[in-house]
Design a protein around this ligand. Structure first.
Ligand code: GAF
Length: 383
């Protein structure tokens, strides 16, 4: 996929010259389901991206075309409501939010394509939102701070896609930096770039190619449970506002007696925040061995306590635990399918992929896709 081919496809569709924006997908090294709890995350942008090509229209209409679906949607900027086509909602949601934030936009043509695998937990949706936001900002010469671009994109996902997501995916798509992980404090929104030095090791994604039903409602339910836990603590300790302010003692005292399920979920988040801070130090010190162990612990917690894993993800993580050349592995993103992230000795990557593909095919009769991950830069104008 390159700038020229996207430009030509746009011209074929709309008969105009476009400007083009590229927004990356992301991996998350550690810090899962912590972002909407004001916690810590450590993701990185990847070299797979969504491209949005746009041009102005002289009327108030919005004409969209998605290459991956060979589908188009048309509406107007005065009638921004949810579409039946879910891909269009990520774009319309952003146009709606820009207006709600007080930015003036006119009619536009938008063509979208990309190589972020869809539904694989690599944040293709956040990449679509960030690409759209950035493209419209350029097209209508708006001045929007970078952090607000991420927030507008996040709000679009919440309102038009119905997922009450945190800020991690959109933040990473906007702020990502090649060869670096991002340590983000989702409470203060302060971030730090940590060089991703993997001497002799490679990050490999294994895509289960499954996405189990009701992912969005299960995600929203987890968030509600965390909020319920906070409410029970807050009733006794008024200074508490999010799980970030809660410690394990408070949890044991005020949440455990009320609901063991809510307790386990809150506990996972508090422990995961600690793991992220330790993992950041481990990465800085080149201690990949302990970083890998932390990833296994995160997976265990996501599977048993937070309960957002599935058979296929658990199988992949369990299968690699025994391999001496794999330092760590875990499911990534919202859960219930998508990819596992693995730290694998570079010289064993081929053997690793072949082995897992065979085992997975045998167990589930499903093809396992595998990608070696490279990091990439955040959202930018490329034409
Ligand atoms: C999804 C959400 F979009 C993120 O905000 C984050 O909560 C993640 O799941 C889980 O860590 O990707």
């Amino acid at each position: 996929m390159n700038t020229e081919s996207i430009k030509l496809a746009f011209i074929k569709q709309f008969n105009h010259e476009p400007i083009i924006v590229k927004a990356p997908g992301r991996i998350n090294i550690i810090g899962e389901h912590t972002d909407y709890n004001d916690g810590y995350v450590m993701p990185a942008a990847i070299n797979k991206a969504i491209y949005a090509a746009v041009s102005r229209r002289s009327d108030n209409e919005i004409h969209l075309y998605a290459e991956s679906y060979s589908e188009s949607v048309q509406t107007t900027i005065c009638n921004l409501i949810k579409s039946e086509k879910s891909w269009a909602n990520y774009i319309l949601g952003v146009a709606d939010q820009l207006q709600k934030w007080g930015y003036n936009i006119g009619g536009f043509n938008l063509y979208i394509d990309g190589d972020v695998p869809l539904g694989a937990g690599l944040s293709s949706s956040a990449a679509v939102e960030c690409a759209t936001a950035y493209a419209l900002i350029e097209l209508f010469s708006l001045s929007v701070p970078k952090l607000d671009i991420a927030k507008i994109a996040q709000k679009a996902e919440q309102t038009f896609a119905g997922v009450n997501c945190g800020i991690m995916d959109q933040f990473t798509s906007v702020f990502g930096k090649k060869n670096h992980a991002l340590l983000l404090d989702c409470k203060s929104m302060k971030h730090e770039y940590i060089p991703l030095k993997l001497d002799g090791y490679t990050l490999v994604l294994l895509n289960t190619n499954v996405k189990h039903a009701l992912v969005d409602s299960a995600y929203n339910r987890r968030r509600q449970q965390c909020e319920q836990g906070v409410a029970w603590v807050k009733a006794k300790v008024s200074k508490v506002n999010t799980l970030r302010d809660v410690d394990l003692k408070m949890l044991d005292k005020y949440v455990k007696p009320k609901d063991i399920d809510v307790y386990q979920k809150c506990r996972f988040v508090i422990e995961e925040n600690d793991r992220v801070l330790q993992a950041a130090e481990q990465l800085k010190n080149g201690d990949l061995k302990n970083l890998g162990l932390a990833m296994f612990q995160t997976h265990y917690g996501l599977s048993r306590a937070y309960r957002v894993s599935c058979e296929e993800l658990d199988f992949l993580v369990d299968s690699v635990k025994k391999l001496p050349y794999v330092l760590g592995a875990r499911m990534m993103g919202g859960g219930f399918g998508g990819c596992t992230l693995n730290i694998v000795a570079t010289k064993k990557v081929e053997e690793f992929i072949e082995k897992l593909q065979k085992a997975y095919q045998k167990e589930f009769l499903i093809k396992l896709d595998a990608y070696e991950v490279e990091t990439g830069d955040g959202t930018k104008l490329i034409l």
